[in-house]
Ligand binder design. Structure first.
Ligand code: HEM
Length: 549
């Protein structure tokens, strides 16, 4: 017998159907309204305040509010590289509320960084840079009188050729103690965290240049200092939604602000200790005569801070920002470059062999390579250029425009974020033959045309837009000469003195081949994702040629 159906059940079901239909209709209506307003707003966005239509470079389809943010990932340079291979070497992206242009070939890099150098002479300001550099009281300050003062001071007193020559004995001594440590480990067959030791080495050099001493008095402080350098460069490159969506500016949805407070708090303890100690020493009567007559960079900064008639008034925050910035910049990028070069050497035994043959020809087998040998080692220099091409330690140059300008008939508005993707330029198939292969030969004059599409020598100092590891123009890297004194000699002596047995590399298949896993870690610098841990195998004693290597 069929079950009886109740008419009230039927009525309710019908009503439910009607309501669902109405809701669906509403949803469709609002979706259409939303899309229409979105496209309308998009069109309005393209019109400037002056009323003319703004012609923007090519761009992927943007989403409402977030624009193109969803297309990025933590390894920003790689995500942008993928996008530019689809949309071209000059691309417009809307990152939330921030208008940006992304440049990924030498021609466009030259257009922005040379032709429009002054227009793009501002740095970006995000919460991390602002907060960690004590409100940009550093070389990262906006282009203006403070920045000019700091740049001049740093070139005349810290990073110029006169000061760098003065610090040759310091560099040599630090290099010998770094190599000595590796040599001791090789004798006992122990592994070394090469990444950490390189960081300690570069940090010791820059600390001595700024503070006349290795920074830390205890091993724990030393460890903390190295950790902080890496944390700062990592957080500088971290994505913070509040920097991009204007109405989230005062929110801390990701706990980012908290993280910054933690890092700055710890750095502040170190900086306060250094500055207070120096101020106390300066009060002691015989400080200068006991410490020799030369003032170091910290003394100069303190002199300026204490001088009420100084051309520029520096506060204690300026001092802390400056010391922090030079310690961080002077430690990390150089260490990252050395680490990549060593990793490439381990992964390319043929090139390693050629570098050794060159060293033996030029330096012989009796002595350790010296800074003065570097100019006679073209293959070593080619290895460094090839490392910079594939692994620029700072993969993205970030600037911001101070006024509207026209580039290739496109209108670039004031405040646009410029991203020059050095990582992508190094892989540009229009510029480099076999761009993904590690071939130092492409930089040797004899085979230049065979390996690249340009003729003539290429250097790294900002004149050749296909290779800009230090940037270019008025905001190029202040520490370029310092880095180029440390990097070649360190790599040369590591090649001369040791072979390397790779102990830890993340994936097991590369372990067996004694190869380094070349995955990158996100951040403003792009180091190896996993610390390079190796057992050094001595082939030449760094202490003395007659030592028991
Ligand atoms: C291999 C090592 C290094 C590399 C690859 C490197 C790379 C860079 C790059 C790409 C920039 C941005 C340039 C631009 O916008 O055009 C920069 C800026 C800067 N670098 Fe370096 N750097 C290195 C070492 C150093 C060292 C050793 C120091 C200091 C001791 C230093 C201090 C700075 C400073 C202060 C700036 C900011 C300049 C400004 O905004 O005016 N760098 N660096």
């Amino acid at each position: 017998m069929p079950k009886p159906t109740f008419s009230w059940q039927h009525t309710i079901k019908n009503k439910e159907k009607k309501i669902t239909k109405m809701i669906l209709q509403d949803l469709v209506f609002y979706a259409i309204l939303f899309l229409l307003s979105y496209f309308l707003l998009r069109t309005i966005f393209h019109i400037t305040l002056h009323g003319h239509r703004v012609h923007l470079p090519p761009s992927p389809l943007a989403l409402p509010i977030i624009g193109h943010l969803h297309l990025l990932d933590p390894l920003m340079h790689q995500a942008l590289h993928k996008l530019s291979s689809r949309h071209g070497p000059f691309m417009h992206l809307r990152l939330g509320s921030v208008q940006s242009v992304v440049v990924s070939n030498p021609e466009m890099a030259k257009e922005f960084l040379k032709t429009h150098d002054l227009t793009f002479s501002y740095r970006i300001f995000n919460q991390a840079i602002d907060y960690l550099t004590y409100n940009a009281a550093t070389p990262l300050a906006p282009y203006g009188s403070l920045w000019i003062f700091i740049k001049k001071l740093s070139i005349s007193e810290l990073l110029g050729s006169h000061t760098l020559n003065k610090f040759l004995p310091v560099r040599t001594q630090e290099l010998h103690s770094f190599l000595g440590l590796l040599f001791d480990k090789s004798k006992s067959g122990e592994s070394v965290n090469v990444t950490k030791e390189i960081l300690r080495f570069t940090n010791n050099i820059i600390s001595q240049m700024i503070l006349s001493s290795r920074r830390s008095s205890t091993a724990d402080e030393d460890e903390e200092a190295i950790k902080l350098v890496r944390e700062v460069t990592a957080v500088f490159g971290e994505f913070n939604i509040s920097d991009f969506i204007w109405f989230l500016r005062n929110w801390d949805l990701q706990g980012f602000r908290k993280k910054l407070e933690g890092i700055r708090g710890r750095y502040d303890v170190l900086l306060e200790k250094i500055i207070t100690k120096r101020q106390e020493e300066r009060k002691e009567k015989n400080y200068r005569s006991e410490n020799g007559s030369a003032k170091d960079f910290l003394d100069l900064l303190l002199d300026i801070m204490e001088d009420k008639n100084s051309e520029m008034q520096l506060s204690r925050d300026h001092l802390k920002g400056l010391v922090m910035d030079y310690l961080t910049a002077g430690t990390d990028s150089t260490a990252v470059a050395i680490e990549w070069a060593v990793a490439e050497m381990i992964n390319h035994p043929m090139e390693l062999k050629k570098a050794r043959e060159e060293l033996e020809r030029v330096v012989g087998k009796q002595r350790l390579v010296q800074e003065s040998d570097v100019s006679n080692l073209p293959y070593l220099q080619a290895i460094i250029k090839e490392t910079f091409r594939l692994h620029p330690p700072i993969p993205l140059i970030l600037r911001s425009s101070i006024e509207e300008c026209k580039v290739k008939d496109y209108t670039i508005s004031k405040g646009t974020l410029l991203i020059v993707n050095l990582w992508s330029i190094g892989r540009d198939p229009e510029t480099w033959k076999n761009p993904l292969e590690f071939r130092p030969e492409r930089f040797l004059p004899a085979s230049g045309n065979d390996q690249s599409y340009w003729a003539g020598p290429v250097d790294v100092r900002g004149q050749h837009y296909q290779l800009l590891p230090f940037g270019t123009g008025r905001r190029n890297c202040s520490g370029m000469s310092s880095a180029m004194q440390i990097l070649p000699i360190t790599l040369a002596s590591m090649i001369q003195c040791f072979d390397w047995k790779v102990v830890s590399s993340r994936s097991s298949e590369v372990d067996g081949d004694n190869a380094v896993d070349m995955t990158e870690k996100p951040g403003i610098t792009a180091p190896l994702a996993h610390d390079l841990v190796c057992v050094p195998i001595a082939r030449f004693s760094p202490r003395n040629a007659s030592d028991d290597a």
